[in-house]
Design a protein around this ligand. Structure first.
Ligand SMILES: O=C(O)c1ccc[n+]([C@@H]2O[C@H](COP(=O)([O-])O)[C@@H](O)[C@H]2O)c1
Ligand SMILES: Cc1cc2nc[nH]c2cc1C
Length: 595
C-alpha cells in the first residue's frame, strides 16, 4: 500500500516546540528538503545562534535549501518530503520584496499566497509547514507590526485550507485542530481548496483522545477529548504485502551505547533501562533521542464465535459493553493512559453488536465465526482488516504519534490467540492453554478442546499468514497484525501488551519479517502461551506484575520506563559536563610494595 502524501500546517507561538513537532512528523522519511525561509545573511548573533540550534537538531537526512521563493522550491521536487520553516519569514521576505512595510492595508499578496497554495496542492510527498500563531497576542503598537500580524493571519488561514492537517503547539503540547480535512474515495487526502465535492458520506473515524493527552495529575481521569482522524476505508488490495522491514539504526545504537558510558553513572548501573534507551535512539535514528511525547494506544475490539462454546468466564455481550466503557474513559486502560499521558482509541473491528458509528468505520463484520469448525473470516475480510490496521497506524503516525501501543478487548479472544501461538510454535494445547478471564475447570477443558480443534485447522495454513489469520484469528487479531507490521514499516516503536497482542505480533512478524525489532514487550501475562510467544519473538518483558487484563494495560504501565530510558540519554549530564571524575580518569594509587 503506497503511503499517501499529507500536507500539515504546524502553528504555534515562539518557543512552543512547533519546529520540533514538525520535524517529528517527518521522522519516518530518509530524505527531507528543509526549506529555510529566514534571512540568509545576518549580523544578528542571536538569530544565528537560533538557526544553529535548529540545524543541530536536524540529522543527515535533511538537505537545507535557503529560499524565499517557496512555491518554486516546492515545485522543484514535488516527490521529496519537505519541511518549510517558517511562513512568517517567507512573509517578511515578500513584504520586503515589494517594499511594503509602509503601505498600510494597500499591500496585495494574494497572488503570492495562491501560488504557494497551488504548489502545495501539487506535492506528491509529505510536506510540513511551520508558522507562528501571532493572532493571540496584543495588537502591535506599530503600523508595520499590525500589517505583519494581519497578513500572517490571512496567510495561515489560506495555507490551512490547502493542508490536510493543522496542529497548534502550545508549551510543547500538540493539539490537532478539527476542521476542513476531507479525503477522496481512495482515502487520499484532498485539500479543501482543491475539493469540489462535499465530504464523503462515511463517518469519520473519531478516536478517543489522540495527541492531546491529559496532563499527568493525581485525581480523577480527565474527560477524553475526541479527535477526528478522518478517512474512508483503505483499499484492501495487497494489504498482506509488505516492503522489506529495515531494522533500527545499528550506527545510532552504537552512538547511544557510547553516550551511555559518558553519563554520570557507573557504566551499566541503569541495567536494562540503558539498552531500552539505546533501542529508542536506534528506532528514532538519532542520539540523543527525542523525548516520547505523543504515545497512542489503540484497542482493537471484536467478538469470536468460539466464545459461544463456553471457553470464557464472561458472556460475549461484555465485549460491546466494555467498548462503550473504554470509549467513555472508564476502563483500566483509560485510567493508566491518563496517568502517563497516552491517548486511547477504541476500534470496533468485529463486535457482535452495533457500536457508535465513529467506532465502527473499519468494522469488517459482526463477530468472527467459530474457529473450531469454520474459518473465522474470509480472505477478503482478512485483507480488509489488515488494511484497516495498517491505515490506523499510518494515521496516528502521520498525526505525530511517536510510539504506538496495541491493546484489545474481546470475550473469548485468548482462544484464537493461543491457537495462533500453538500453531506457529508447534506446542501441545495443554502446554499453552490458560484461564483467560478466569474460566473454571469445565470451561478449561472446553477451551483446551477448542484450541486442539483450532490448531488442527490452523496447521493446514500455517505457512500462509493471511490464510492463518482468516482461518483462526478473526478480524480484530488480523487488524492488530496489520497495525503492528505497519508501525515497523513506518519505523515507529511499539510496546506490546499480553498474550492476544503478542499472538497477533507473531503473525505480523511472519507477514513482515524483522518487524519484531521495532517492538518491546511491555509485560509478561500469566497466560502460559504468552511466554512461549515472547521466546519465539526473542522479546524480554519489561514488567511482570501477574496481570491478565489486556486492553493494552500492561504495555501502558511499561510506557514510563521507556520514556525514562529516552530521557536519560537526553537530559543526564556527562562526566565532562558535570565535572565528575570518570573511572578511567581516576588517579591510580601506587601499588603497595609486597616484596
Ligand atoms: O492480555 C492478556 O494476556 C489477557 C489474558 C487474559 C485475558 N485477557 C482479556 O480477557 C479477554 C479474553 O479472555 P477470555 O477468557 O474471554 O478468552 C479479552 O478481553 C482480553 O483482553 C487478556
Ligand atoms: C470486565 C472485563 C474487562 C476486560 N478488559 C479486557 N478484557 C476484559 C474482560 C472483562 C470481562
Amino acid at each position: 500500500m503506497a503511503h499517501r502524501a499529507t500536507r500539515t500546517l504546524v502553528l504555534g507561538g515562539v518557543r512552543s516546540g512547533k519546529s520540533a513537532h514538525g520535524e517529528s512528523l517527518l521522522r519516518a522519511h530518509q530524505q527531507i528538503r528543509y526549506l529555510a525561509t529566514g534571512p540568509v545573511t545576518t549580523t544578528d548573533a542571536e538569530w544565528t545562534a537560533r538557526v544553529n540550534t535548529h540545524k543541530q537538531r536536524r540529522d543527515a537526512r535533511y538537505t537545507t535549501i535557503e529560499t524565499t521563493d517557496l512555491a518554486e522550491a516546492l515545485r522543484a521536487a514535488p516527490d521529496i518530503p519537505a519541511l518549510v520553516d517558517d511562513l512568517g519569514s517567507w512573509l517578511t521576505a515578500r513584504i520586503d520584496a515589494v517594499d511594503g512595510w509602509d503601505s498600510g492595508s494597500d499591500i496585495d499578496l494574494d497572488a503570492d499566497i495562491t501560488e504557494l497554495c497551488d504548489a502545495l496542492a501539487a506535492m506528491n510527498a509529505d510536506v510540513v509547514l511551520i508558522s507562528s500563531e501571532v493572532g493571540l497576542s496584543l495588537v502591535p503598537p506599530t503600523p508595520a507590526g499590525r500589517l505583519f500580524q494581519d497578513l500572517l493571519g490571512t496567510l495561515n488561514s489560506a495555507v490551512a485550507q490547502a493542508c490536510d492537517r493543522v496542529s497548534l503547539v502550545v508549551a510543547g503540547r500538540v493539539l490537532d485542530l478539527p476542521g476542513s480535512s476531507v479525503e477522496d474515495h481512495n482515502g487520499a487526502p484532498v485539500s479543501a481548496a482543491q475539493s469540489t465535492t462535499p465530504a464523503p458520506a462515511a463517518a469519520p473515524v473519531t478516536t478517543a483522545p489522540v495527541a492531546t493527552p491529559a496532563p499527568v495529575t493525581p485525581g480523577p481521569v480527565a474527560e477524553p477529548t475526541p479527535v477526528t482522524v478522518s478517512g474512508e476505508l483503505p483499499d484492501p488490495t495487497d494489504a498482506e504485502v509488505f516492503d522489506p522491514i529495515t531494522p533500527p539504526s545499528e550506527a545510532v545504537a552504537f552512538e547511544a551505547r557510547e553516550r551511555q558510558k559518558s553519563l554520570t553513572k557507573p557504566p551499566g548501573s541503569l541495567g536494562r533501562l540503558e539498552e531500552i534507551g539505546v533501542w529508542i535512539s536506534a528506532c528514532q535514528g538519532q542520539c540523543p533521542p527525542a523525548p516520547i511525547t505523543s504515545p497512542s494506544v489503540v484497542v482493537f475490539a471484536g467478538d469470536h464465535g468460539v466464545a459461544r462454546g463456553g471457553v470464557s468466564a464472561f458472556p460475549p455481550e461484555v465485549t460491546a459493553q466494555m467498548v462503550a466503557n473504554i470509549e467513555s474513559g472508564g476502563a483500566a486502560v483509560n485510567v493508566m493512559a491518563a496517568r502517563v499521558g497516552a491517548s486511547v482509541t477504541v476500534v470496533d473491528m468485529s463486535v457482535d453488536a452495533d457500536t457508535a458509528p465513529h467506532l465502527s468505520t473499519f468494522k469488517v463484520r459482526r463477530s468472527s465465526e467459530d474457529l473450531r469448525t469454520t474459518d473465522s473470516i474470509t480472505l477478503a475480510e482478512a485483507r480488509a482488516a489488515l488494511a484497516a490496521g495498517r491505515a490506523i497506524a499510518d494515521r496516528l503516525i502521520d498525526s505525530g504519534s511517536d510510539l504506538l501501543i496495541a491493546g484489545e478487548m474481546g470475550i473469548g479472544n485468548t482462544t484464537p490467540a493461543t491457537v495462533l501461538i500453538g500453531a506457529l510454535t508447534r506446542r501441545e494445547p495443554v502446554e499453552i492453554v490458560g484461564r483467560g478471564t478466569g474460566v473454571d475447570d469445565h470451561g478449561w477443558m472446553r477451551k483446551t478442546a477448542a484450541i486442539r480443534d483450532g490448531m488442527r485447522r490452523a496447521r493446514k495454513v500455517v505457512h500462509d499468514p493471511l490464510a492463518l489469520l482468516a482461518a483462526v484469528g478473526g478480524a480484530d487479531l488480523t487488524a492488530t497484525s496489520g497495525f503492528l507490521a505497519q508501525a515497523a514499516l513506518r519505523r515507529t516503536p511499539v510496546i506490546l501488551d499480553g498474550v492476544v497482542i503478542t499472538a497477533a505480533a507473531m503473525v505480523a512478524n511472519e507477514l513482515a519479517p524483522g518487524a519484531t525489532r521495532w517492538w518491546i514487550a511491555g509485560h509478561r501475562s500469566v497466560e502460559p502461551a504468552h511466554q512461549i510467544a515472547l521466546d519465539h519473538l526473542d522479546l524480554e518483558p519489561v514488567l511482570d506484575l501477574s496481570m491478565r487484563l489486556g486492553e493494552g494495560s500492561g504495555a501502558v504501565l511499561a510506557l514510563p520506563v521507556v520514556q525514562s530510558a529516552a530521557d536519560i540519554l537526553i537530559s543526564m549530564a556527562t562526566f565532562a559536563e558535570a565535572g565528575v571524575t570518570d573511572r578511567d580518569d581516576a588517579a591510580v594509587p601506587e601499588a603497595a610494595e609486597t616484596s
